[in-house]
Structures are given as structure tokens and as C-alpha cells.
Design a protein around this ligand. Structure first.
Ligand code: HEM
Length: 196
């Protein structure tokens, strides 16, 4: 797969941290969210449906974040104002993430990048990728809570290409499972040693 040139997007490169997750742990996590081969197939379908809607989806999510001061705060600089360059840099990687969620094989590179995304929300690595001076850390509770809006708001986009209600439902369920699994992986740096 060709990777577009997105600043700070290091997927599959040696710059990405190694996820401290064994194959067995990952298989058990998939089983726990009932993630199957069928979900993989429906994520591929979702990828085709969403590919040309990425900018619209990002507009909606960015409006959501932008209209909640307690969320846009995590993109703010020392003067308390949102850092436009930071928002824009993250937006490009966020767009790529939509496609990655749907089209990438969930292999070791994917697992490692999930760990990397977790680190980038945590004080371990937030702000470093874009070299910004922003709030140092995003609380875990907001990562977990964000699963709902990111899942609820994707459905109308999945409905837009004339798929049957059953197919839309299966794409939506697969997306939801993937998100829960990803945020579970992103929580690694937030857990005390031995608690994850
Ligand atoms: C389900 C929950 C969430 C999803 C799916 C998500 C998705 C993403 C993605 C894909 C990136 C870019 C990763 C990369 O560098 O390649 C990112 C970065 C970022 N997200 Fe989130 N995010 C979530 C929760 C949140 C919340 C609640 C906030 C708080 C407002 C937030 C603020 C940020 C910030 C500030 C960055 C940049 C971090 C850095 O400095 O590298 N995210 N997010």
C-alpha cells in the first residue's frame, strides 16, 4: 500500500514504538470484542464507502471538538488559544487513521502504531510529533468517552452509498468493535505497570 506523505505519520517505520502486546493477548482482545473475519470484510467495505467522505467526516468531528472548550483545550497553546497548525497537522493523520482503520491488516505494524497513538495522547509523547507547546496530556476518560461520538456520527456516512440496512449495520458494528479495541490498546501507557 502506498503511504501518502503526511508529516508525523510514521506507520510501519522503525520510528514507531514497539507495542508490549503479545500475539496471544491481541487474539484474546479480538475475541473479547467479538471481532471476526466478517468484521474485517465489513471494514474493507466501510473503507470503500468512506474514502471520498473523509474531509466531510473530519469537518464534523472537528466542529464537535471545536465547539467544546474542554476538548479543544487539548489543542491549545500557552496563551490558551487553539494552535491552528497543530489542529491541521493532526487532522491529516486523523484522516489517514479513518482509512487505516478500514483497510490495514491488523498485524504487528498496526499493533505498534496503536501503541504509538496511545503514547501520543499521553504525556509520554503528546506534542512531540508536531513540536508544539500544548497541554501535556489527555485524560484517559475522554479517550474512552470519545468512542461514542466517533461511532454514532459515522453511521450516516456509511449509509450514503446505497448499501442495504444489513450491510450498513455490519459495517457500523465492525467500526465500533475496532474503536473499542483501539482505545483498549491506546490505554497501555495510562495503566500502572502490570495493570493493563
Ligand atoms: C476514540 C477516541 C479518539 C480517537 C479515535 C482519536 C484519534 C486520533 C488520531 C488518529 C490522532 C493522530 C494519531 C497520529 O499521530 O497518527 C490523534 C491525535 C490527537 N488527538 Fe485524538 N483521538 C481520540 C480521542 C481524543 C480526545 C478525547 C482528545 C481531546 C480533545 C484528542 C486529542 C488529540 C490530540 C491533541 C492529538 C495530537 C497528539 C499529539 O500531540 O501527537 N483525541 N487522535
Amino acid at each position: 500500500m502506498s503511504t501518502p506523505q503526511i508529516p508525523g505519520y510514521t506507520y510501519g517505520t522503525p520510528a514507531v514504538a514497539q507495542a508490549p502486546v503479545s500475539e496471544e493477548d491481541f487474539e484474546l482482545l479480538k475475541k473479547t470484542v467479538l471481532f471476526t473475519d466478517e468484521d474485517e470484510r465489513y471494514l474493507r467495505m466501510a473503507g470503500e464507502v468512506l474514502a471520498d467522505q473523509v474531509e466531510e467526516i473530519l469537518d464534523l468531528w472537528y466542529n464537535f471538538v471545536g465547539s467544546h472548550p474542554h476538548l479543544v483545550y487539548y489543542f491549545s497553546g500557552p496563551d490558551g488559544q487553539p494552535l491552528a497548525d497543530y489542529l491541521e497537522a493532526v487532522r491529516k493523520r486523523f484522516g489517514q487513521w479513518i482509512l487505516d482503520t478500514c483497510t490495514r491488516p491488523y498485524d504487528r505494524d498496526w499493533l505498534n502504531y496503536q501503541y504509538e497513538i496511545g503514547l501520543r495522547h499521553h504525556r509520554a509523547k503528546k506534542n512531540q510529533t508536531d513540536g508544539v507547546s500544548s497541554v501535556p496530556h489527555i485524560p484517559l476518560r475522554y479517550l474512552v468517552a470519545f468512542i461514542y461520538p466517533i461511532t454514532a456520527t459515522i453511521r450516516p456516512f456509511l449509509e450514503k452509498k446505497g448499501h442495504s440496512p444489513e450491510d450498513v449495520d455490519k459495517m457500523h458494528q465492525a467500526w465500533f468493535k475496532s474503536l473499542v479495541m483501539q482505545v483498549a490498546l491506546w490505554s497501555i501507557p495510562y495503566a500502572k505497570e502490570g495493570d493493563w
